[in-house]
Design a protein around this ligand. Structure first.
Ligand SMILES: Cc1cc2nc3c(=O)[nH]c(=O)nc-3n(C[C@H](O)[C@H](O)[C@H](O)COP(=O)(O)OP(=O)(O)OC[C@H]3O[C@@H](n4cnc5c(N)ncnc54)[C@H](O)[C@@H]3O)c2cc1C
Length: 266
């Protein structure tokens, strides 16, 4: 039934919530070294079962249809066969409920080529880097930091991660650890629906930026000459922060038309 045979095996699944997981896979054949921030296609056939806490899909899919979607790789860029992904379940979606029904040892499809232009290594050495994320949009920054943090001691690097609840802050412990380990790295989690035990920020990311928190806490003014922005996550957040940056003269980066802010929407 598999016209394209499965070519990778699930090595680990860490469930952060019923709808958020860190998935680790091993490909049968090594891939070429990739660039931090790039993505790989994962796939399962229509016959794969959906997770018990998903919703029925609108149309019944043919068993022999290979469903494929891109996912940002969270791993260090020198990994060539073990890859980590941070995935949220879209309950009515086609592929993600099937990924959430996998178990360690199960087989799946992993794309042969790794692609994407959301790349830290295109920013000038020494420029400050602000990485803004909601949801699983944090995944490419984990790859950026695992790969490049030691190479950029002269850049301030700040991750601003927005979520509703504490349990939605994937990679929280790793980011706190990096903040303690690198004097140039700062981690700013902010929750819109936190319980009383949360001692951190409670605003939306747009609110924080509009109220000059980068100037007040980090002495960074939004200046396209010195500070580059990455924005990754929900389309509404990406577009409102893009508009905010454009007031300061920022231009969206394209490979053939360089700019100072980079976006990845999903
Ligand atoms: C470059 C790139 C990188 C990506 N990286 C990641 C990643 O690291 N982790 C990750 O979880 N996803 C990532 N995605 C999204 C992923 O490719 C799928 O779109 C997602 O898993 C939904 O697929 P699906 O087949 O379950 O839903 P589909 O059947 O394709 O979609 C159903 C509907 O849900 C909407 N939808 C898509 N994503 C979401 C979402 N997150 N929340 C709510 N609604 C949504 C779609 O617009 C569509 O209308 C990335 C997408 C792109 C383009």
């Amino acid at each position: 039934m598999e016209t394209i045979p499965y070519n990778a095996t699930v090595k680990g699944m860490t469930m952060l919530t019923p709808d958020l997981m860190i998935l680790r896979i091993e490909t049968d054949e090594s891939r070429q070294e990739f660039l931090a921030g790039q993505n790989m296609v994962l796939g399962l056939y229509g016959y794969a079962k959906r997770s018990p806490n998903s919703e029925p899909e609108a149309d019944q899919l043919p068993d022999e249809q290979l469903l494929r979607r891109p996912y940002a790789i969270a791993s260090h860029s020198t990994e060539t066969s073990l890859f980590e992904f941070y995935i949220s379940q879209v309950k009515s979606g086609q592929l993600s409920p099937r990924l959430f029904n996998l178990n360690v040892g199960d087989r799946l499809h992993a794309g042969e080529t790794i692609k994407g232009g959301f790349l830290l290594n295109e920013t000038p050495d020494g420029s400050d880097i602000i990485m803004v994320a909601t949801g699983t949009g944090i995944a490419p920054y984990i790859s950026f930091l695992r790969t490049h943090i030691v190479e950029r001691p002269e850049s301030k690097m700040i991750v601003i991660q927005g979520a509703a609840h504490r349990e939605d802050l994937g990679y929280f412990s790793e980011l706190v650890f990096l903040e303690k380990s690198y004097p140039n790295f700062f981690y700013v989690p902010t929750l819109t629906d936190a319980d009383d035990g949360w001692g951190g920020k409670r605003s939306g990311i747009e609110d924080l930026l509009e109220h000059d928190f980068l100037q007040n806490e980090f002495n960074i003014t939004p200046d396209p000459e010195w500070t580059h922005f990455f924005i990754s996550g929900k389309p509404a957040m990406v577009s409102s922060i893009s508009r905010w940056l454009e007031q300061f003269g920022y231009r969206r980066h394209h490979p053939d038309n360089p700019g100072e802010y980079y976006i990845e929407e999903y």
